[in-house]
Design a protein around this ligand. Structure first.
Ligand SMILES: [Cu+2]
Length: 120
């Protein structure tokens, strides 16, 4: 038969263990929530080779903006590049590249980064 003091000790250890478990569960939920969060709006500049006029830029703009996840495409013949704003996770840069190459141009994506805040 355990002494009363041992019982009390066991009880408080149980309580501590339960509190720790609760804490871990809450922390895990917070971490998962933070990871899921809002999808970021990203921007990538893709160097495009093969454009010979403004209509080429228009065609590429149209092709990119058809893709789900693409918010906007700013394609310029003068610049020789496409600046694409898209939803992170909804579309991959590789898909943007494929869309451009699928209509006959060469695409060389740069590094994607979070899109600058839209000006108001
Ligand atoms: Cu053209």
């Amino acid at each position: 038969m355990p002494r009363p003091s041992t019982n009390r000790l066991r009880q408080s250890l149980d309580q501590i263990a339960r509190s720790l478990l609760m804490c871990l569960a809450v922390c895990a939920l917070l971490v998962v929530g933070a990871c899921k969060g809002e999808p970021r709006t990203m921007q990538v500049e893709i160097a495009v080779e093969g454009m010979v006029c403004d209509s080429c830029a228009e065609a590429i703009t149209h092709e990119l903006e058809r893709l789900e996840g693409v918010r906007a495409a700013d394609v310029s013949y003068d610049r020789g590049s496409a600046v694409v704003t898209y939803e992170e996770g909804a579309v991959e840069v590789a898909a943007l590249e494929e869309a451009i190459e699928g209509i006959g141009y060469q695409a060389e994506p740069g590094a994607a980064e979070p899109a600058p805040e839209p000006e108001t």
